[in-house]
Design a protein. Structure first.
Length: 287
């Protein structure tokens, strides 16, 4: 039950009491909830004047244009894409994903995602949707066939960012999904592949990359020792998100990339032998 002293408690009192949240969250089917919320939004939109919409546009942090000039961002996108080898299939992702695509897979707080009223959510990271697509393909592929996917996507995140950072930005995401073949062979091969691709992409943008690796499981020490990277044992972000090993990519002093191993396809497919490596570059930061 919501604390009566919180904003949610205040809203629930006006909406009819705590049981209102129970009805909306669990007692209504997904279709019924969508029907209710669609009508609520229709009625609210009906009462808006053009001046109200303009006022919201001027002040809503989610709707302002990007500060990075279009031409510069496009040049950076083209430079990043020039580094993608034919083994990776480029996918045009939808701007929305199924509800829970970020919180159910990656344990991201749902309040950091822009949820919609149609049981979906605005994309906050391309690797989540790529992982879903990889799981679909892994289900129908042979056990030894790795799935390599890549995408450029404009994403939106709902948490508050420091001044100078936009709530929406472009990410270049990579995923490789496959089966454990023993001896950390999948991890060795595909981690080197991701890091090589990401490093080429950063160089294509005119910067020199530095990879910093954080060991999360001593069993992955042999994997890390094969890499042209520096250790980053003090890293705190990503612990509990990644497993085994994670990394960051820097261009000078600017962090431009992140990645590591996750268990998403293993959980999606109900098979503990499934393996998934994800990574991403912040295209706006490279522009």
């Amino acid at each position: 039950m919501a604390d009566e002293g919180t904003a949610l408690g205040r809203v629930l009192r006006r909406a009819g009491g705590p049981e209102t949240l129970d009805v909306l969250a669990g007692r209504l089917s997904g279709a019924d909830l969508t029907t209710l919320l669609l009508e609520a939004m229709r009625l609210r939109a009906r009462d808006l004047a053009p001046a109200d919409v303009l006022r919201r546009y001027r002040h809503d942090r989610f709707t302002a244009p990007a500060e990075v000039p279009f031409e510069r961002l496009r040049r950076t996108e083209d430079a990043v894409l020039s580094a993608v080898p034919p083994e990776f299939e480029l996918v045009t992702l939808s701007p929305v994903a199924p509800l829970g695509a970020h919180s159910a897979l990656a344990a991201v707080d749902q309040n950091k995602v822009v949820s919609t009223i149609r049981n979906s959510e605005v994309a906050a990271d391309p690797t989540n949707a790529l992982a879903l697509e990889a799981a679909v393909r892994r289900r129908s592929s042979g056990p030894e066939a790795a799935v390599r996917l890549a995408a450029l996507q404009r994403v939106v995140r709902a948490q508050r960012f420091p001044s100078g950072f936009s709530s929406h930005f472009t990410l270049f995401g990579l995923v490789t999904a496959g089966r454990d073949t023993g001896g950390l062979a999948f991890e060795r091969r595909h981690l080197a592949e991701h890091l090589s691709l990401l490093s080429r992409a950063v160089r294509a943008c005119g910067a020199e990359p530095e990879v910093r690796v954080t060991l999360l499981d001593p069993a992955f020490e042999a994997v890390a020792s094969d890499l042209d990277a520096v250790g980053d044992p003090g890293r705190q972000s990503g612990r509990g998100y990644y497993g085994g090993l994670c990394f960051k990519v820097y261009a000078g002093d600017v962090e431009v990339g992140d990645g590591g191993f996750v268990d998403w396809t293993a959980r999606l497919l109900g098979n503990r032998k499934e393996r998934l490596l994800i990574s991403a570059l912040g295209v706006d930061r490279l522009s």
